[in-house]
Ligand binder design. Structure first.
Ligand code: NAD
Length: 368
């Protein structure tokens, strides 16, 4: 029988857990056995007894617990010390990101482990239910708008009171991917006026359907361009035109939320120091790209910077601060991954399979 282990996440600031009682029950129904480290779910709001009631064994963090697992379900890759406890040939399912976690990557290779990297799952219809990049980006986008509202010394909605009328907050969102669209939707629900821009003009309709205004960057059509769901690095000409197109909206904004990423590259700088200096004191920037260098020139990863009265937040992982729902969504993504890899209750790593072939970053310690 395939045995799964869900350890407690040890990374500082991480409150999420890779499985919740609901998905543990489904995994057991699928013919697998599951053990969960004590207190693994507690920071996300899931008690030990709720895992036990779902059929899991509660275990401590001893090397024995790690060595007994065929599959480990995690958020972050195991540390060097944790990787050394793994049984040879075991499979770790997590956000691998070897460039950000080189020590873990080396240790997992040394341990002869296989790694199913959640960030490498193809963005296809077949894999949609496993798409943890989307589930976590969705959560981060929601929290970015809430964080901005909580930091801003103004209200988001239009409000008419006996003491006078309050104008709605003006929010500008850079990047209308999964996180950006959720930030737009949340800011709109809170009553703000929202404008957004994206290098992919095809997202205009989605922005408008959420009640936002799309800031278009006029470019000449380039013949032969193929539409891609992912942004490529912007040309110098595009950057110049974008800067001009957003200048007025940024200067008038109470809040700027930046979410623009380019897969495999440093995040583009979209908000220069000069542009921030056009914003009124008291305005707020939330930079969701901080982990990849930031979209704002003044962002410092994990810190709050105040520049001429403008607060610039560079949170490292906002999804981790909405731990209960982020864990629920991630756990459901992982349930689908395990079902895919263990169709008959037996672990099968088929490299010819479109999803497994793309996501399997290490196979028995070897880079695929
Ligand atoms: P992402 O995190 O890679 O980037 C965020 C956004 O920033 C993107 O919309 C991107 O176009 C934008 N951006 C990048 N550089 C920019 C620049 N210089 N100026 C302005 N904007 C810039 O994107 P994501 O949220 O992972 O989503 C990427 C795409 O994949 C989206 O179209 C999304 O809808 C799509 N997607 C498809 C599926 C699926 O089909 N299963 C699942 C998830 C996402």
């Amino acid at each position: 029988m395939v045995h799964l282990f869900i350890p407690r996440e040890t990374r500082e600031g991480e409150a999420r857990v890779a499985s919740i009682p609901e998905t543990v029950r489904s995994l057991i129904e699928a013919g697998l056995t599951v053990s969960v480290e004590t207190k693994a779910g507690l920071p996300a709001g899931f008690s030990d007894t709720s895992y036990q009631a779902a059929g899991a064994d509660l275990v401590d963090s001893s090397p024995h617990a790690w060595a007994g697992a065929d599959i480990l379900l995690k958020l972050h890759p195991p540390t060097q010390e944790e990787a050394a406890r793994l049984k040879k040939g075991s499979l770790v399912v997590c956000f691998f990101q070897p460039a950000l976690n080189p020590d873990s990557a080396e240790a997992l290779q040394g341990a002869g482990a296989s790694v199913f990297a959640m960030e490498r799952i193809p963005r296809t219809t077949a894999a949609q239910k496993m798409d943890a990049l989307s589930s976590q980006a969705n959560t981060a986008g929601y929290k970015a708008a809430v964080l901005a509202a909580a930091t801003l010394g103004r209200w988001f909605p239009l409000m008419m009171t006996a003491a006078g009328t309050v104008k709605p907050a003006k929010v500008v969102v850079f990047g209308a991917g999964v996180a950006g669209l959720q930030a737009i939707a949340t800011a709109r629900r809170l009553g703000a006026q929202v404008q957004a821009t994206d290098i992919r003009p095809e997202v205009k309709e989605q922005v408008e359907s959420l009640g936002g205004r799309f800031i278009e960057v006029k470019m000449e059509e380039r013949a032969g361009d193929e539409a891609s769901v992912y942004a490529e690095e912007a040309s110098e000409d595009y950057k110049k035109r974008q800067e001009e197109a957003v200048a007025e909206a940024v200067a008038e904004a109470d809040v700027v939320i930046t979410t623009a990423l380019v897969p495999g590259a440093k995040a583009p700088i979209l908000l220069s120091r000069e542009r921030v200096e056009t914003m009124a004191p008291g305005s707020v920037v939330v930079d969701l790209a901080a982990i990849q260098g930031g979209n704002c020139e003044l962002t410092r990863k994990g810190e709050t910077v105040i520049h001429q009265g403008v607060t610039i937040l560079g949170p490292e992982d906002l999804a981790a601060t909405v731990a209960t729902h982020a864990s629920e969504l991630y756990a459901r993504n992982l349930l689908q991954v395990v079902r895919h890899l263990c169709p008959e209750g037996k672990l099968t790593l088929d490299l010819e399979d479109e999803i497994t072939g793309a996501a399997l970053a290490l196979h028995h310690g070897k880079v695929t």
